[in-house]
Design a protein around this ligand. Structure first.
Ligand code: TYD
Ligand code: MG
Length: 469
């Protein structure tokens, strides 16, 4: 019988200690330490002696590598994000808020593979088989030869898998419901999740099946409880979006088989998730009427250019501390741009409320959006609408100098493709290819952008376009 010991495990970072504490000494999280019973490793003395004497065979770096045969899922956006298809023996974690569409995406994926003659198994710990069947009906994939089970016990799952031939794809929905009868801790605790995931990944590696694990995300954006799972898998995908918008972003944050930070765009429809092949159209919105305060940012998400409208509103404040509200961008970054506009261009907004919104519900983290934000603010303040067919990109430094950003050529190409005619870009850095259809205005300093509004306001009054130089 394995010896059992009690230990105190932080449910946030997985650190163990021999005593309980109100605050985890490792990650600083409050009230996250829970007593768990851990079974000592069940290795018997003989096995232990063997493992100590067996030794390992060492290999060279340039030994023969068989090419990685990827399994394409047929969902193009998904394949692109993971680097070109499922890697056999790969373990993937799909994390996201509850209700964002993780189960829907994986059911569509598994059904698609099953229809193409691959074997796929879907284990659900959250929904009964009947519920999944209803969802499959809604998605129009009821006829797919997909194997389904509602099970949460890891031993039962691995026993079921060992009984047949190894499937091409295993889906586990979700890791928080898994439990292993080797441990006494409750399902969802760090030791349970860690032990269960370990057992499943080792099965997948041994039998070269791809395994996709679903993980829920807590309010503050962490994968619920165990961050430890992120270290155990090969690929970590985040499925994001908000419930008031229909689009969903699939983002790879870690990938041992391909590029990280790749982004795929989906749209939730009545019949499941649809791939969005031209996301710019989604985030540009209606652009036949241009109004002051709207600027188009030529952004890049992963390896893909996306044009996004940035909207600003500046209004006199009735309070001592004017409000600064931001949706879809970093509030601190907005404060910085306002300070630079104030100090370097003399734009005083100290007694004005400022609102900034990224259209379509997208969240941008690129500093390249600085210029577009500044243009939107200048336009909102002056009441001068920007020209509808102009894009902006470039980073602003504290001195007001415009810093170069990556992927200029890609941004301009996308803008040109969508019919934009002019672009405000950084003066230095990567020289874009000669793009025929776009007139460039190279900026060295933010004051050059601000000056466009000054001359415009003096000469033509409000509601006129800003001409590209
Ligand atoms: P679900 O995949 O259950 O989310 P998760 O597994 O991430 O918790 O998605 C649930 C939401 O998706 C639910 O609010 C309904 C919506 N939905 C659609 O809009 N269309 C569909 O075809 C399906 C299946 C779900
Ligand atoms: Mg679900």
């Amino acid at each position: 019988m394995a010896k059992t010991t009690n230990e105190y495990v932080c449910q946030s970072c997985g650190a163990t200690s021999s005593r309980w504490a109100g605050r985890c000494p490792s990650c600083g999280e409050w009230n996250s330490i829970v007593e768990e019973t851990s079974a000592a490793s069940p290795l018997d003395a003989k096995a232990r002696r063997k493992s100590r004497t067996a030794g390992v065979a060492l290999e060279g770096l340039n030994d023969e590598v068989p090419p990685l045969e990827r399994l394409e899922t047929g969902i193009g956006e998904f394949d692109r994000v993971i680097g070109g298809g499922l890697a056999p023996g790969g373990a993937m974690l799909l994390a996201g808020d509850p209700g964002i569409g993780k189960s829907t995406l994986l059911l569509q994926l598994a059904a698609k593979l099953a229809c193409e003659g691959k074997s796929a198994v879907y284990f659900s710990g959250e929904e009964a088989a009947q519920q999944i069947r209803m969802r499959a009906k809604r998605l129009g994939v009821s006829d797919a030869p997909l194997a389904l089970a509602a099970e949460t016990n890891v031993s039962a799952i691995t026993a079921a898998l060992e009984a047949g031939s190894p499937p091409d794809l295993i889906v586990i929905d979700s890791i928080q419901t898994l439990w292993s009868d080797m441990l006494e801790a409750a399902p969802g605790t760090v030791s349970q999740v860690r032990a269960s995931v370990q057992a499943l990944i080792s099965y997948a590696k041994r039998r070269t099946s791809t395994i996709i694990l679903v993980g829920h995300v807590t309010k503050d954006g962490q994968i619920a409880g165990p961050k430890v799972v992120e270290h155990m898998v090969d690929t970590v995908l985040y499925f994001e979006g908000d419930n008031s918008h229909l689009f969903r972003l699939l983002r790879s944050v870690k990938n041992r088989f391909g590029p990280a930070n790749e982004v795929g765009v989906f749209e939730m429809s009545g019949a499941g998730l649809r791939e969005v092949s031209n996301p710019s159209a989604l985030f540009l919105g209606e652009r036949d009427q241009v109004s002051p305060g709207a600027a188009v940012f030529a952004g890049v998400e992963g390896s893909r250019p996306i044009l996004i409208e940035i909207q600003a509103l500046v209004a006199p404040s009735h309070f001592a501390a004017p409000s600064r509200a931001v949706v879809g961008w970093d509030a601190k970054r907005l404060s910085m741009i306002l300070a630079v506009l104030d100090a370097r261009c003399g734009l005083k907004l100290g007694n004005q409320d400022v609102y900034l919104n990224v259209a379509g519900g997208l969240r941008i983290s690129e500093p390249a959006a600085d210029i577009a934000v500044a243009a939107a603010l200048l336009s909102a303040h002056s009441g001068v609408a920007l020209e509808g067919n102009t894009v902006y990109f470039g980073e602003i430094s504290l001195s007001g100098a415009i810093r170069p950003v990556s992927h200029s050529a890609m941004r301009l190409k996308e803008a040109e493709k969508l019919g934009f005619k002019t672009a405000f870009t950084p003066a230095f850095g990567e020289k874009p290819e000669r793009s025929s259809g776009i007139t460039l205005t190279a900026l060295r300093h933010l004051s050059e952008l601000a000056a466009e509004f000054e001359t415009e306001r003096v000469s033509t009054g409000t509601h006129r376009r800003v001409a590209a130089g």
